[in-house]
Design a protein around this ligand. Structure first.
Ligand code: NAD
Length: 347
């Protein structure tokens, strides 16, 4: 189906990409007029990067809050907000993957503080105005221009130590943004072009970084692909993302859940989306793009099945009910029975 009509929003965002770009953080925070930036990160490797950032920021730093956790549990969001207020921060520097950026977004949503994002995974949160907070078994997401990072600094050097499994899983998460954008109702000429370009770069370079994390060129290519993928995520809100969202609320790891269900959702939807199938086939250089996505997952050192990431089969009914209630139509209607089948095949 050709696009009959579209609306394409472009939110302002500055993107700095270079090997060694982290050294430009001082001038980028100055550009935003920040004099007390709180650095937000995950514990462990994120905290180590956070310490390095404190040194670069010098007197412009208001402290390091390295307590980010996947899916931004409500208590973690509240603690982050208290830290930003306590430090009298006038801005946030989020360093790490979607977990660190997600916590910065939760703080920005309440305070309006500008975010500088320094992503070190490929999941793409840095490009969006989408926030998410988990309360009990439900993940609540929404959009708010306030949480969109004002500046992104992409520095491939910071990703050289990213473990193969995190590279693969967050890359598959980004690929899921692209695949779903091809059949999304909200697709535009821009999202289609970006998604094709991102898929080409990932298809060539994600296997290379998984095989050799120190491949600087492939790392850079994957970060660029991550930027493009994140940009199309604003339209990717069909079965793939709704399902990953419900599974995330149940506590399943986000990127891995996306990766595991992607071949199944792709096969299900491409059957009703010839245009999406043709674009994906071209980008992947394969006549059977669903099989190509499945083959990609298979070659990566990450969980392959829902059962491997702790999905409780007894929850299939709950998940099917949550998805059916959303009456997803694009590109084909999905019933509770079909969701159960899909979960079964991914299990
Ligand atoms: P993550 O941020 O949870 O990171 C995964 C692991 O990798 C963590 O243990 C982290 O400490 C580690 N890590 C990160 N960078 C590293 C590096 N350079 N070296 C070594 N270790 C490193 O992973 P993710 O998949 O990027 O983020 C998942 C979260 O992001 C989920 O909560 C998801 O919902 C959210 N997300 C949000 C959006 C959005 O637009 N709002 C988009 C995508 C993902």
């Amino acid at each position: 189906m050709p696009i009959a009509a579209f609306t394409h929003d472009v939110l302002p965002q500055r993107v700095v990409f270079a090997a060694g770009a982290l050294a430009r953080l001082g001038e980028e925070t100055e550009r935003l007029g920040l004099s007390r930036a709180l650095v937000v990160a995950t514990p462990g490797s994120g905290e180590r990067l956070g310490q390095k950032i404190l040194e670069i920021l010098g007197a412009r730093a208001a402290g390091l809050h390295a307590q980010a956790v996947i899916h931004v549990p409500k208590a973690i969001a509240e603690a982050g907000l208290a830290a930003a207020r306590g430090a009298r921060a006038d801005g946030l520097v989020a360093a790490g993957g979607g977990s660190a950026i997600g916590l910065a977004k939760a703080i920005a949503r309440e305070t309006g503080l500008p975010i500088v994002a320094i992503p070190t995974t490929y999941s793409g949160s840095e490009t969006t105005s989408i926030f998410g907070i988990t309360d009990g078994a439900r993940k609540v997401t929404g959009r708010d221009a306030k949480v969109m990072p004002r500046t992104i600094i992409y520095d491939p050097e910071l990703t050289l130590g990213l473990p193969a499994a995190v590279s693969a899983a967050s890359g598959m998460n980004a690929i899921a943004h692209c695949v779903e954008s091809f059949w999304a109702d909200g697709r535009t000429p821009v999202t289609l072009a970006l998604a094709s370009e991102a898929m080409r770069r990932f298809a060539k370079n994600l296997p290379a970084v998984v095989a050799n994390g120190a491949d600087r060129d492939a790392r850079g290519e994957c970060l660029i692909a991550a930027w493009l993928s994140g940009t199309v995520l604003s339209v990717s809100n069909g079965l793939q993302h709704k399902l990953a969202h419900v599974l995330g609320g149940l506590g399943l790891p986000h990127a891995e859940a996306h990766a595991v269900i992607l071949p199944h959702v792709t096969r299900f939807n491409l059957a009703a989306a010839p245009e999406a199938k043709a674009r994906l086939a071209e980008a992947l250089g394969s006549g059977d793009p669903a099989a190509a996505v499945a083959a990609m997952l298979k070659q990566f050192p990450i969980p392959q099945r829902l059962r491997d990431i702790g999905f409780d089969a007894g929850k299939a009914e709950f998940v099917a009910g949550e998805i059916a209630a959303q009456a997803i139509k694009s590109p084909r209607p999905v019933s509770a029975a079909e969701v159960r089948e899909l979960l079964q095949s991914a299990y």
